[in-house]
Design a binder for this molecule. Sequence first.
Ligand code: ARG
Length: 473
Amino acid sequence: MERCFVLSKVSSSNAMWGGRFAEGPSAIMREINASIPFDKALWRQDIAASCAHVTMLAACNIVSAEDAAAILAGLETISGEYEAHGVPENWDLEDIHMTTESRLAELIGVAAGRLHTARSRNDQVATDFRLWVRDAIDQTDAGLAALQRALVAQAGVHAASIMPGFTHLQVAQPVTLGHHLLAYYEMIRRDRSRFADARARLNVSPLGSAALAGTGFPIDRAMTASALGFDSPMRNSLDGVSDRDFAIDYLQAAAQCALHLSRLAEEFVIWASQPFGFVRMADSLSTGSSIMPQKKNPDAAELVRGHSGRIIGCLTSLMVTMKGLPLAYSKDMQDDKPPVFDAANLLGLSIAAMTGMVAGSSYRTDRMRQAAELGFATATDLADWLVRQADIPFREAHHITGAAVKLAESRGIALDELPLADLQAIDNRIDDRVFAALSVEASVAARASYGGTAPDQVRARVAEALGELEAEA
Ligand code: ARG
């Protein structure tokens, strides 16, 4: 009985299209085809590229000066309309390119039809999208510079604030908070260089590739390229319309950057937990619990950690979209935009959240210092002391230190609380100068090798970083 019902359902076309598809396949086509709901974000770039294109067409005597002037004036009007009221979303007009062209026709009449001479939506969208990603890179870079400034500022304040350094999330050796934060400065520095690299490769113009093969009109591709701030026209029209490497490059850099932000966010989640209590997060970036009145949750940090998964997913999404496509344009490529738009939005928010967190948290250096005293964090310093003062090979010193740690652990005291006599019973080459090496301050100060955690080293790196940031301003 049920089977018959199902069969009768699929055999009737109305039932099969169902619901909002009652009009049949044309309604499905209209909806699946429409990119205007998301590609309206390209409107500024679309208008800029159209202005460059029509100006070139006039300069090359392909359209008349009067028609070009009418088109430029019309585009300016449309720009004002979009700015004031947003871009209208009519699915029948498919995308931002047709939406703008159809409005232009309403405004200036038949001359509007000349704008698309020697151009296809294929090179048009490739151009618009490149321009959009270029802007996104510039915004991302500015955000990352602000995050770097926040990191360096805190690193300067905390060049000598001692905290435990971890390996395996076990207390390993004392480090300074400034040193820890500057590690993230370095990661962000590499991220910025990846974005800069992506930008340099991106900055060539597909405009004039037309549908795929170039055009028979005597266009000047160098002119439109330079008007749009590109370094040069792309050298192959098939590549021009089908290349989305620039978007993937951007997403790769974004994914790597999001991964770094997620690691930093995770530090804050751990540091803000009660057993750690290393930071108190700004109220503005935390939330309370609806049931537990004492709670202050690090939601912003958790969401940055979560967003990194989505951003990495955007990269995967676009790579999978592109991997099977033969030359040149295929409609699959319309799906290139949502992952890039999503990633850019999520990344921008994540960068802003982490900048606020780094700048606005209060760092509980007393708690950090206490934690650095735990876990025999200066054991390596005892071993190093034995090597230096008693000329003992490091492996043997390591063994002697192990015995001292075991003894201190069994008594529930710190290494530098062991009486000298007990240390000497372990190895009689130890004398009372050893205690100077066992404090956490002595430990960090001793690590003055280039790039080490010693406060002087950290201050030198802070100065270097500030110089770098000033030089680019
Ligand atoms: N909306 C389309 C896209 O984003 C524009 C290009 C359409 N080209 C075509 N041959 N149908 O890809």
